[in-house]
Design a protein around this ligand. Sequence first.
Ligand code: ADE
Length: 225
Amino acid sequence: MRIDILTLFPEMFKGPLTESILKRAMDKGLVEMYFHDIREYSLDKHKKVDDYAFGGGAGMVMTIQPIADAINKLKSEREYDHIIYMTPDGERFNQKIANSLSLSGNIMILCGHYKGVDQRVRDQFITMELSIGDFVLTGGELAAAVISDAVIRLIPGVMSDETSALTDSFQDDLLSPPVYTRPAEYDGIKVPDILLSGNQAKIDEWREKQAYKRTKQRRPDLLDE
Ligand code: ADE
């Protein structure tokens, strides 16, 4: 998979996407990520990328020209399955969308700043608009990093134990059951006996019940779906 990110702040992605599992995925060639500085595409002599909103109001709007030129250049080089715009008024991102995006070949993600991008960018180029929650970030960069992380870990070969992504919370609309590791007793606090029983069928049944119980307590809305 190839992910192209269009941003005014490419440096913001250093760290979240260049460490740990995601770094290994890139080193193994399972995913390629490219960060494009929108400002470099500005034809303005001062490399301006934003302007006042027509009709007035506080806050600057990102102009269409640099974004259009950046998107058109990338589109002329390869086909994209999705051109995604990160915005708080987009569709709420979830595990189902992550699963579906993980099957893509090439995706492009546009990160907005200030009051967002000129609506014509959205109308002309964007195929999917995503939000990571009902709150407003300073820009789309952290949201794009979140989505890239959630998608990349689903690509076969990225996680060391492939089945572990399938047993994540949300994969079956249930939260994950509690997990324990050694020691079996710490300061008098014991691990549930069933987990030490060696009876895999009983353990699976216990885990399923716990997942259901936790979901009912914490996220009953998932059970309604
Ligand atoms: N940009 C600013 N806030 C955002 C959010 N909640 N989700 C996606 N993109 C954003």
